[in-house]
Structure formats: C-alpha cells, structure tokens
Design a protein around this ligand. Sequence first.
Ligand code: ZN
Length: 96
Amino acid sequence: MFGSGRDGKDPVTCIACGTRTVREDAREYDKHGDRWDRVDKEFEYLCKACHRELCHQPRDKLEGLLGEVDAGENDDDTFLEWYCGLVEERYGRVED
Ligand SMILES: [Zn+2]
C-alpha cells in the first residue's frame, strides 16, 4: 500500500505566485542551494511556470537573492514585489 501521504499528492504552495499545486507537479526549491541535506529542513516549492521563469536568471545568483530575503517568510505579494524589483535593479528589465 502507498497510503503514507508521501506519494506526491500533498498540496504545496508556490513561493513565488502562491499557486496551490500537488507536490509531484511542483519543483522543489531549496533557498540554501543544498537540496541533498534534508535533515530538519522544509523545502519550498515553485510551480512549473515560476520555476521556468526563475531559471532564466543565473542559478548561483538566484540562490543568493532568495537567501537574502529569506523567501517564504514573507507573503506572496511582498515576495514577488521584492523579487521583481531586485532582479530588475540588478539585471535590468526582465524581458524575453
Ligand atoms: Zn508559481
């Protein structure tokens, strides 16, 4: 039986846009950049859309950015506002 509740169907919330999705459809995100150390840690999640968007930014720099604001501590609007502002400030307008 797979009744543990750990089968990927748990609802998770995207830290960037607040979308609720099931865990198996989300992307695990560890703001500390060390996703192998799972002890006493709560992972955060990004929906697919946000994950794709965030990955347009240099990965190592993004880890630093998210570490600065302690993503997840703020409500979604605050986080998004902060994130977009900071990215724009540091990297210029984000446009395709
Ligand atoms: Zn999202």
